[in-house]
Design a protein around this ligand. Structure first.
Ligand code: ADP
Ligand code: GN1
Ligand code: MG
Length: 362
């Protein structure tokens, strides 16, 4: 199977066995090395999750379009275009991905060397750098022709729809797990009125759609190992028209605390106002100029709703038997959901302070 896949690319040397790589929840990612007389060069090979992404051709068209665009921008500002964005390696048939005989879809990227990818915040500076990079990403793509983008997952950040899916998962209770998570279910249901806030503002024409990343967690960015600079935004599968506050918010839900996403000891999981402020500063410095006053005011809503949305998605997956997010142990999705709810409580306690921080950097 792997031989058939590897044979689809024209490698300039001998190819090593692909080894599983990284900690993404969706695609299957491998690293491989090609050795030739010129030396060794690494690549990322990914099996695109086609249960999640139903239109791999449209998805790869988005990624090629966006990365070509970002490469041009990097050249214009004198940055190294090979490190500023992903580079899709075309197949021998000059296609952006390969569809194997069994229907699975595969792509190859150049490995961006001399970088680090963090699973949780280690220093405030790293988090600040990620904020600047995600802010710049959105700022640069402001000029991208949004109408050419395929919607790779319809209703991706439609929080009321996510809540309806959650209610269905609870009602079906396929694994018989609902009884053990009553408190968590109540926590989600108690916040039902909140889930409409952003989609209603969008529907009323009060918030603009922008080209956004939609999955801005810290491990979707590569930091330069030497300078610590936020270098390359990766995981571009969900680049679609969306709300600025959601890109801001998804970074906050993942990064504005000192724990892993699945930390089992909730006493350690605490929303950090210090990290919230650092991210706000970097993100608004990089992208804020273009935002409307209401977009800025609603950034705390982005944080709270992305956290609740993700929490209910993890809990739904736990109730449905863990078929969406990759897990390494049985309760992982439940642990992930619980951290999100604890973080939400922290945001609710700090709601006024969050607004003040936004005002400070406007
Ligand atoms: P998923 O959609 O499953 O999250 P990602 O595209 O985010 O998959 O890739 C998973 C991990 O692989 C990343 O978190 C990162 O560690 C690593 N990775 C992905 N692409 C590259 C690349 N071009 N160079 C170096 N590391 C990469
Ligand atoms: C998934 O692909 P990855 O691991 O970067 C998910 C995000 C969630 C995140 C939670 C396409 O992101 O929406 O916020 O897990 N991506 C998709 O960690 O569903
Ligand atoms: Mg990822």
């Amino acid at each position: 199977m792997m031989n058939e896949i590897l044979a689809a690319w024209r490698w300039n040397g001998s190819v090593s066995e692909p080894v599983p790589y990284g900690e993404g929840h969706i695609n299957q990612t491998y690293a491989l090395t090609v050795t030739s007389a010129q030396g060794a060069k690494r690549y990322i090979l990914q099996k695109i999750n086609t249960d999640t992404f139903k239109d791999p051709a449209g998805l790869m068209e988005n990624i090629c379009g966006v990365t070509d665009f970002l490469r041009e921008k990097a050249k214009q500002r004198g940055a190294d275009p090979a490190r500023a964005t992903l580079h899709v390696v075309p197949t021998a048939a000059e296609k952006p991905y390969y569809q194997a005989a069994d229907g699975s879809c595969w792509r190859v990227y150049d490995f961006v060397e001399n970088t680090v990818c963090l699973q949780q915040v280690q220093s405030a500076e790293d988090f600040y750098q990620s904020a600047v990079a995600f802010g710049n990403f959105q700022h640069q793509l402001a000029a991208y022709p949004a109408h050419t983008l395929h919607e790779t997952i319809p209703h991706f950040h439609d929080t009321p729809k996510r809540f309806a899916d959650f209610q269905r998962a609870v009602a079906e209770d396929r694994m018989g797990r609902a009884a053990q998570v009553r408190r968590e279910i109540e926590f989600v249901c108690a916040r039902e009125a909140d889930y409409h806030v952003m989609v209603d503002l969008l529907a009323a024409g009060k918030l603009p759609l922008r080209v956004t990343h939609n999955d801005t967690k810290l491990n979707n960015i590569l930091l330069d190992k030497t300078t610590g600079e936020g270098l390359c935004v990766i995981d571009l599968d969900t680049v679609m028209p969306g709300l600025a506050a959601n890109d801001f918010g998804d970074s906050i839900r993942f990064g504005a605390n000192h724990c892993a996403e699945d930390e089992a000891d909730l006493s350690k999981v605490n929303f950090s106002m210090e990290l919230f402020e650092i991210y706000t500063k970097g993100f608004l410095q990089a992208a804020g100029e273009a935002f409307t006053p209401l977009e800025k005011q609603t950034l705390p809503w982005g944080a709270k709703l992305m956290t609740m949305e993700c929490g209910m998605r993890f809990l739904s997956d736990y109730l449905e038997g863990d078929h969406y997010f990759h897990i390494n142990y049985e309760q992982q999705n439940l642990n992930r959901a619980r951290t999100q709810f604890k973080l939400t409580s922290g945001m609710e306690e700090n709601w006024d302070a969050m607004q003040k921080v936004i005002e400070k950097y406007c």
